[in-house]
Write a protein that binds this ligand. Structure first.
Ligand code: PLP
Length: 285
């Protein structure tokens, strides 16, 4: 695989970053994942805008313009022959001469940028979408700025492992009795045709797929209500689903052992997945 590191395209075995990189030592970095369908980028502008916001919120310099970033994405897709898959991008606060809690002077320490592709043939035709996911609920003990897409992913990884151990696919995190989001996705329920999902705040990541799906839902005259919901309300819902750049719209069929409806993906989730895939493919660049 050819990867991109600080301005260079290199074979992955030759790509290197410093052991003093603050991404490695302190999880001082942000990331984005953009999906590729038909060799084209889905929602690139949304991801680029959120990246700029994450960097701004953390006082981190962008080492590259968003136009250049688009070119790097396209070049990696081309060099690696990606038809379906993802592009992972990470920017960290770089590698100062020594470990120190204080941020280094950005004029002296440039940020580190790394991109690589993940080839996933069949991503859009995933068997999981036909079957639906089983989720468990766990307490949300992450920090208070979940709207910034940082590489602090230890708790979400632990949540994923708790789900696996329970024979499930993912975990929905709960704070003060209400679902925040999934370990790596936004969470939704459907009741009497109405789509319910938590409103945007610092408590959740502002999903790029979420924004697109809600727009498509409204264009299709579906009713969307942005408010928190509990696990009990979710278990009593007709359907549930998640969204993320790498899963698009993915039905959820079981929550903490309770099947939703007849335990198979519901019509609203299936329709939203179809609309999302069709529309986002049309708009891909
Ligand atoms: N919420 C969390 C915690 C995530 O990690 C992600 C994606 O990685 C999402 C939501 C979905 O965001 P997006 O649709 O931009 O991929």
């Amino acid at each position: 695989r050819t990867v991109y590191v600080n301005g260079e395209y290199l074979p992955e075995t030759e790509a290197k970053v410093s052991i003093f990189d603050r991404g490695f030592l302190m999880a001082d970095g942000v990331y984005e994942v953009t999906s590729v369908l038909d060799g084209k980028l889905i929602d690139f502008d949304g991801h680029a805008k959120r990246l700029e916001r994450s960097l701004r919120e953390l006082d981190m310099a962008a080492p590259i313009t968003m136009e250049e970033l688009l070119e790097v994405h396209r070049e990696l897709v081309r060099l690696n022959g990606i038809e379906e898959g993802m592009i992972y991008l990470q920017i960290t606060r770089g590698a100062p001469e020594d470990r120190d809690f204080a941020f280094p002077d950005p004029a002296k320490v440039p940020s580190t940028i790394v991109l690589f592709t993940q080839n996933k043939p069949g991503l859009a035709n995933s068997p999981a979408a036909a079957k639906g996911l089983k989720v468990i609920s766990i307490e949300d003990i992450r920090w208070g700025r979940r709207d910034i897409k940082t590489v602090q992913l230890l708790y979400p990884s632990m949540g994923k492992m708790m789900a696996k151990k329970a024979g499930c696919d993912d975990a929905w995190m709960v704070e003060d009795g209400f679902v925040t989001e999934g370990t790596s996705n936004n969470a939704y329920i459907v009741k009497d045709g109405k789509i319910i999902t938590r409103q945007l705040s610092n408590d959740i990541l502002h999903g790029i797929t979420r924004a697109a799906v809600l727009k498509f839902a409204e264009e299709a005259q579906m009713v969307v209500e942005e408010r928190p919901f509990t696990i009990a309300e979710a278990q009593a819902a007709d359907e549930a689903f998640i969204t993320s750049a790498s899963t698009f719209v993915m039905p959820v069929v079981e929550i903490d052992g309770t099947a939703l409806g007849d335990g198979t993906p519901g019509p609203v989730s299936k329709r939203l997945r179809e609309i999302y895939l069709e529309e986002s493919r049309k708009a891909a660049i």
